[in-house]
Structure formats: C-alpha cells, structure tokens
Design a protein around this ligand. Sequence first.
Ligand code: L14
Length: 337
Amino acid sequence: MTNLRVAILGATGLVGQEFIKVLKQRDFPMDSLVLLASGASAGKQVVVDGDEIKVHEATHRLLENVDLALFSAGSEISRVFAPEAARAGVVVVDNSAAFRMEPGIPLVVPEVNPGDLEGHQGIIANPNCSTIQMVVALYPLHRVNPIKRIIVDTYQAVSGTGRAAIEELSEQAKLVLGGEKAVPHVYPHEIAFNVLPHIDVFLENDYSREEWKMEHETRKIMHAEDIRVSATCVRVPVYAGHSEAIHVEFAQPMSPEEARDILGRSPGVRIMDDLDTNLYPHPRAAAGRDEVFVGRIRRDTSHPNGLAMWVVSDNLRKGAALNAVQIAEELVERGWL
Ligand code: L14
C-alpha cells in the first residue's frame, strides 16, 4: 500500500495539535501532512518533529489533493468543506457534531462498531468525547448482558471548549486566589472554584445538547435503539480529562467481579479499582494517556440489576484525536481508504 497524503483542518486548535501528535506517535503511514486552518491562523508555523510546517488557509483545492482529511474546526466549517472533499474522493473523519446523527454516515468508536465503516460515502463522524469514553466502557458489558438504562453524570474538562477556556480557568483562578472578582467571558459564570451544569446549548426539553448527544450517539454507536439514557453534563475546573459517574441497569444482574473480568479483557479499557490502596481513576492520572480508565465498580444499591462505576479518559485523546486516527487506521487495515 502506498502512503497517504493527509490534511488536518483546524490544525492550530487543541484537537488539531493533538491530531499531529497522535499521527506521529502511532507512526501513521503518511507521505505528506498539510495543515489547514481559518484565514486568521494562516501563515502560522507549527513545529512537527523539529520541522516547522506552515499553516495554510483552508480551500477546497488544497483539501482535494489529499487522501485523508481530519477535521476539527467546528460544525459550520465541516458543513462547508466535508461534502465537497468527499465528492472529490477524499475520506473525511469529522470531529464536529455536524454529521453524527445523519443516517448513512458512520459514527464510529473502533472498539465498538468498526464494521459500520463499511460502504462509507467519504464522511465518517467522530463521536462526542463524553459519549466515546462511556461506550468503550459499557459496550463489552452490554454484549453479555443487554443494558436497559443508563444514568450518567459527567465532570468535563475545560479543554473541550478550546484554548480560550483553558486561559480563562487559569486567569480566573489567579484572580480568585488574589481576592479579586473574575469576570466570565467563555462561560456564562465563573469556572474557577466552581462547577456549571451547562455544556453546549439548552434544548426544548431542558436537557443540554451535550446531554442529548450522549443519549442519541450512544444508541447509534451501540446499535441499541431501546437503551434509555439520561445524562447531566457538568463543566468542572479541570484542564484535561472527563470523568463520568455511570449507573447502568442490565437485563439480568451482573456482579462487579464479572464486570471487572469482562472489562479487564476489553480493548482500550484499563481497570483502576483497588479501594484498599485508594486506586481509582482521576483526570490527573488519565491526562495524556490513551486508555479509558474504569474504577469504583460496585453494585447499585437502588436496583437489583444495577451497577455503578466511575469512568475517566483524556477528552482530547480518546475523546477526540486518538479516536479519529484509530478510525483512519481501521480504514487502512480493511482497505476502505
Ligand atoms: O464534540 O467541551 O460535540 O464544550 C461539544 C462541546 C466537544 C466538547 C462535541 C465542550 C463537544 C465541547
């Protein structure tokens, strides 16, 4: 197989930068790497392996000269560039929410539904960060004991929002420690020393769109239209790594030992669960890592068929860039790219 010409759209953003790192770390078979971004970022230099690569303004022409394009520049940009690139024969793995729920567009987590890539039409959607880590942890259990209902509460890092949010958390933390008042810009309220039950916009039914994504994307990825999901998505003053308290109701009872046994053999999962030594996942331990970490696995005392668990993963890696690159690797392996 010949090596691929790869483009990254949104190359200067947090996920864009993570794309570059992950491609390099995994030795992705590429011949060339084109970095694209908005006009505002064009001309910037990005250092890759000691080499400076110039960032170009995204155009249809530049995009159409590659085999694979990884997009993370927001839904609007994806809607402008992805369909045309796909028509020109480029395979687009899109990290935005633009196409995720569109029928016929695969929404893929390689550990769960790689077969959905078959017959793709050029656009493949990368799921939402909170959804990815949840399905990696739950799908192996669902396969042996169907899940009926999921109640999930998230604790999401500010890096999901982007660089401005990271800066806002740092600035506000300094102000608050200095006894001064912080004025919020990125979020509607202070995020330093605070938590906000608000991610993405609020919808008609009073859930947020992030909560809606966890419900609908989970069903699509797991091919489980009957699973009921209720999420509360919360922003916390953490830089990297999303955490989730998950309560699952199965068709039949499942013991914590069985769940640990299954998850211990599941791809992409790492169990961290030893209460005697205070071993459980937390964002500072998960940041920069590839795995979905699972701990605090216990019986849900509120339901005979219930389990409770705590799931943590790096939202920019498995939650975004790593999952997208794994999709591309899967396509290469199966000869679908
Ligand atoms: O990919 O953390 O749908 O504010 C949208 C919300 C990514 C994270 C998505 C956040 C998410 C983002």
